[in-house]
Design a protein around this ligand. Structure first.
Ligand code: NAP
Length: 476
């Protein structure tokens, strides 16, 4: 093969669609699951939806006129991804978890071992994702609870929650979507909140039949809407740079939402964040606060510390009798499991990243020739659509494939280029809310205190900086 793509989530799948359309390279997509979609395939909890407007959270090269709502439900995003794969004729190898990938210096190619068999490829594209492996909380007695315990991304639809006492651990983007749904069916809900998030109005609505007909009739309308949504989200970056009055306006917007939706002063105090707005992801919900105000819903303002048979105990020592426990505790984002399985010239990727993820152009890594990482180091956004950044990376990877075509040898970025790019990231990150906002978040690697997940600038700047392949920083 010319190219082996690992992962058929929104990043790997999108690249595969472009490779299929241009038809120049032979390629294979290795996917450990049984379907495309990545995080959208895995997250099926009640209420799952996209919190970036759907016209923006879709491929620019595969727009969709028919989104049902401003913020589509997760199942609709998943169906869109499946349909896009089908239309392009992309058929990944399913059940093909990659257990090992090694660079063969003599042959100038990657040997990839997967559960569906081996592949030899000149180029390896890692698109294993950052929201793919659940992070379970480090608490005593997970096995002792006795009742069903599952992560939000491993939802068990066979568990009937009607009338049950359900605990939810966490108050991130998943929990705020999940809790209002649980409050509708469960007999009692206890939410364990370690830190209070900022929440702003979501203002979701269905698109009317007339709007959708207009989108179908005129693709320019979809393109313009997308551009407006993109521009509006880009403006949100100023607050992340702590520019005034933007950061105050965003904070006030969230606190006004809290004040309007939570009349009880005690509950409001518990829900008031202790860090600057934007340090963690700013959440969108019109239903989370009202759900917490319901008589059968309790907010426990402390971490989950321990489980006992049929009960959960918080760090404040309070004990709650529960039937079911949902862990909305996020993902192993800063230390991806797939990095342990990739061996370059001298080390594994996990060893190279022992102090945190780094890459030149957020995409290529010294010591790992002909390898590209999508949605990896400093390639996520805290204020705009991840799809825009991922598409910038597609431009970079396709440019590199053009460069390699007809040439012998391999592309290995120099150590110096990676180091200088990392220094540039650190410099830019220093003044952002992600490092100065007084919170802990998965955007920052605890080992080094560096911002390793997020690109510190705007999406536009990412494209300008990294959207086009430049051969200069590569050793001959
Ligand atoms: P997350 O943002 O990492 O949130 C995990 C939550 O679990 C945090 O509130 C964390 O508290 C809490 N937690 C961990 N251990 C705990 C313990 N022992 N006791 C109490 N709380 C504990 O995970 P997520 O909500 O799954 O979201 C992850 C990312 O997925 C999001 O940032 C977003 O990028 C994406 N996402 C997107 C959408 C969408 O609509 N597009 C929806 C869901 C998720 P601390 O804050 O104190 O660490």
């Amino acid at each position: 093969m010319d190219v082996a793509v690992v992962g058929a989530g929104i990043a790997g799948l999108g690249l595969a669609v472009l490779l299929a359309r241009r038809g120049r390279e032979s390629f294979v997509v290795l996917e450990r699951g049984d379907d495309v979609g990545g995080t959208w395939r895995d997250n099926r909890y009640p209420g799952v939806a996209c919190d970036v407007p759907s016209h923006l959270y879709s491929y620019s090269f595969a727009p969709r006129a028919d989104w049902s709502r401003v913020f589509a439900p997760g199942a609709e995003v998943q169906e869109y991804l499946r349909a896009t794969a089908r239309a392009a004729g992309v058929r990944p190898w399913f059940g093909a978890e990659v257990t090992d990938a090694r660079w063969d210096e003599d042959a100038g190619c990657w040997h990839v071992t997967s559960r569906r068999g081996p592949v030899r490829a000149r180029v390896l594209v890692l698109a294993g994702g950052r929201l793919s492996d659940p992070r379970l909380p480090d608490v005593e007695g997970l096995d002792a609870f006795g009742g069903p315990v599952f992560h939000s991304a491993r939802w068990d639809p066979s568990v009937d929650l009607a009338g049950k006492r359900v605990g939810v651990v966490g108050t991130g983007a998943s929990a705020v979507q999940l809790v209002p749904e649980l409050a509708r069916t469960a007999g009692r809900v206890v939410v364990f909140q370690r830190s209070a998030p900022y929440v702003v109005p979501r203002q979701d609505r269905a698109y009317s039949d007339a709007e959708r007909a207009a989108f179908r009739a005129d693709p320019q309308l979809v393109r313009r809407l997308r551009e407006e949504q993109f521009a509006q989200m880009e403006r949100g970056h100023a607050a992340r740079r702590l520019v005034r009055p933007d950061v105050e306006a965003l904070r006030e917007r969230a606190l006004a939402h809290l004040a309007a939706q939570v009349p009880d002063a005690r509950l409001r105090a518990l829900l008031t964040p202790d860090h600057e707005v934007g340090c963690k992801r700013v959440l969108l919900s019109d239903e989370f606060y009202p759900a917490l105000g319901e008589p059968h819903v309790d907010l426990e303002p402390a971490a989950l510390q321990r489980l006992e048979p049929g009960a959960a105990v918080s760090a404040a020592g309070r004990r709650f009798g529960l039937d079911v426990l949902v862990l909305a505790t996020g993902f192993r984002s800063t230390r991806p499991l797939w990095a342990q399985r990739v061996r370059g010239r001298r080390s594994t990727l996990a060893e190279h990243w022992r102090d945190g993820m780094t890459a030149h152009a957020s995409t290529v890594v010294h010591g790992f020739p002909n390898m590209f990482v999508l949605d990896g180091p400093n390639a996520s956004l805290g204020h705009n659509s991840a799809v825009h950044v991922i598409e910038s990376q597609f431009g970079y990877v396709l440019g590199a494939l053009d460069h390699l075509a007809g040439r012998a040898g391999a592309l290995e970025v120099s150590e110096r280029a990676e180091r200088e790019y990392t220094r540039e990231i650190d410099e830019r990150a220093r003044s952002t809310v992600w490092l100065r906002g007084g919170c802990t978040s998965w955007y920052v690697d605890a080992r080094s205190g560096r911002l390793t997940l997020l690109w510190p600038g705007t999406a536009t700047e990412f494209r300008e900086r990294n959207g086009v392949f430049d051969p200069a920083p590569f050793a001959a």
